[in-house]
Design a protein around this ligand. Structure first.
Ligand SMILES: [Zn+2]
Length: 222
């Protein structure tokens, strides 16, 4: 009976726009090479996984299908990740940031979120639209852009794709360039900054960030 009711609902109203959409949520790094080690000694992979699972929760609550990538911590090959995501509408890779090694002693001066897209990705325009939408939602939620990745000395001269919303071009970014669907990499904040790590560790921060990411995704895919 319930099956008939839901079938009827689909016939009368059509499937919702969100239900037709599938997003890959990629957990950056893996157990053997877990990325940045935070001030308090927590590997980036753990932070990425916690935030990515929250993002999944928020997207699924909005009716979006989610394909988790790398959450078991065993994905060593970056290209495996985009292969596993084949067929989705958007690829979102979740990371937490660091600074160049020579700036580690003054890492408390570096903070903020940033987003990256690759111009080698065949859907770069859509990738930028999605990254910008997420950046805008992050700012609306009270988070600040990092900006230092654009600096030739403090960062890596990554040009802005959308400075207002903290979006950079990073053409050789493996997950973004090897993806055939629109793809972006999200850096939540700087784990080697003491105050910032304390902020990123809070469950409220994770919930707010996941909500901003989900809102941005919904906006750009609608
Ligand atoms: Zn990372």
């Amino acid at each position: 009976m319930r099956r008939w009711v839901s079938l009827l609902a689909v016939c009368f109203f059509g499937p919702s726009a969100a239900a037709a959409v599938e997003v890959a949520v990629d957990v950056g790094h893996y157990y053997a090479k877990p990325g940045v080690i935070s001030v308090t000694g927590i590997p980036e992979f753990e932070y990425n996984k916690a935030l990515a699972l929250k993002v999944r929760e928020q997207l699924e609550a909005a009716g979006v299908r989610v394909r988790m990538i790398g959450e078991r911590g065993d994905y060593a090959d970056l290209y495996e990740r985009t292969r596993a995501a084949r067929g989705v509408d958007l690829f979102v890779s979740i990371h937490h940031d660091s600074v160049q090694e020579q700036y580690l002693p003054i890492a408390d001066k570096f903070s903020g979120f940033s987003l990256f897209v690759s111009r080698i990705n065949p859907q770069v325009a859509k990738s930028v639209v999605c990254a910008s939408a997420i950046g805008a939602q992050m700012r609306k939620a009270g988070f600040t852009r990092s900006l230092y990745h654009a600096d030739p000395v403090l960062g890596e001269s990554r040009p802005f794709a959308d400075e207002a919303n903290g979006v950079h071009y990073f053409d050789n970014l493996a997950v973004a360039k090897s993806a055939t669907m629109p793809a972006l990499l999200f850096e939540a904040g700087v784990l080697v900054n003491r105050t910032e790590e304390a902020m990123l560790a809070r469950p409220e921060t994770k919930a707010m960030m996941a909500n901003a990411i989900a809102q941005g995704v919904l906006q750009c895919l609608s």
